[in-house]
Design a protein around this ligand. Structure first.
Ligand code: URA
Length: 287
């Protein structure tokens, strides 16, 4: 790619062309540690709260003592450190509902099934289901985490500010939104954009698997740590997941992982790395 084209693509993604390399590297490492190892919410953080597992036995002991001594309710105190819920084959999730068998559904019945879905509690707070959109014969499929506020209002994935950046990221490798198929791990918005819970992701998984089976993409681009963890059944950091070809479990569909556009809105210097990921994805597809 010649210099002028490269500059054009970088500009489309809003990548500063003049960032001193030393500063960039230092800050990127800092960001990766804070996002993965500390267990912070990765993306779309506005107004979200961290969820923490609850130490029920410690709290039970405390309440007995509390009643005798008229002490305040300290349930928050017994929350242990946050761990990210991740779907792995070993994760035992008590399912409260039985997902429908989507494996033979066509597009219409699949979309209908999603629009009527009440498998998890997210149906109680959603405005609209967000099924997925795009070219049903696409070579590229982009998979994100879950709808945000704007997606919940419009019923379409990636239509907010993060969606605008996603469009620019695609433009940076010569793709337009209409060429690809876009879907999320969850079809309903989690309240306050919190992370998907394991049971929510598991109950929703059949819908996404059927979408993938119907599209039969040549490559899946996963945006963000949470989506990558759920799709690939892993707990590895985003830093480790980037820059290599993964296979979608039980298939040979190549999966490439990159940053979530909402994260890039907050850390624009990492757009440069995202662009490298996109180049890598393009090369992977061409192989
Ligand atoms: N973030 C996502 O992961 N998906 C969307 O559809 C919007 C924001």
């Amino acid at each position: 790619m010649d210099g002028q084209t490269r500059r054009h693509y970088l500009k489309a993604m809003g990548i500063p062309l003049w960032v001193p390399r030393a500063v960039e590297t230092e800050r990127i490492e800092e960001a990766e540690v804070s996002l993965t190892d500390v267990g912070a919410k990765s993306l779309d953080l506005s107004g979200t709260e961290l969820e923490a597992p609850f130490d029920a036995s410690a709290y039970a002991e405390y309440t007995q003592f509390q009643q005798k001594a008229s002490l305040p309710d300290l349930s928050d105190f017994f929350k242990t450190e946050k761990t990210t819920p991740v779907l792995t084959p070993k994760t035992l999730v008590p399912l409260t509902a039985v997902p429908p068998d989507c494996t033979k559904m066509d597009w219409l019945s699949l979309e209908q099934s999603v629009s009527q879905c009440e498998l998890c509690n997210l149906h109680k707070t959603r405005q609209r289901t967000v099924f997925g959109i795009g070219n049903q014969q696409a070579s590229w499929m982009v998979i994100g985490e879950a709808p945000g506020a704007e997606e919940d209002r419009q019923g379409e994935p990636f239509v907010g500010r993060a969606g605008q950046l996603l469009n620019n990221m695609l433009a940076a490798i010569g793709l337009v939104r209409e060429q690809i198929y876009i879907a999320n791990i969850l079809k309903c918005r989690p309240p306050n954009n919190r992370d998907p819970k394991p049971d929510e992701a598991l109950l929703c998984r059949g819908y996404l698997e059927r979408q993938i089976a119907l599209v039969q993409p040549k490559l899946i681009l996963v945006v963000g740590r949470i989506a990558a963890h759920n799709l690939l059944n892993t707990t590895q950091s985003l830093a480790k997941l980037r820059g290599q070809r993964h296979d979608l479990p039980h298939t040979q569909i190549p999966v490439v992982v990159t940053y979530h556009p909402a994260y890039l809105l907050r850390q624009p210097l990492d757009k440069r790395k995202a662009w490298q990921d996109l180049q890598f994805a393009r090369q992977t597809l061409a192989r």
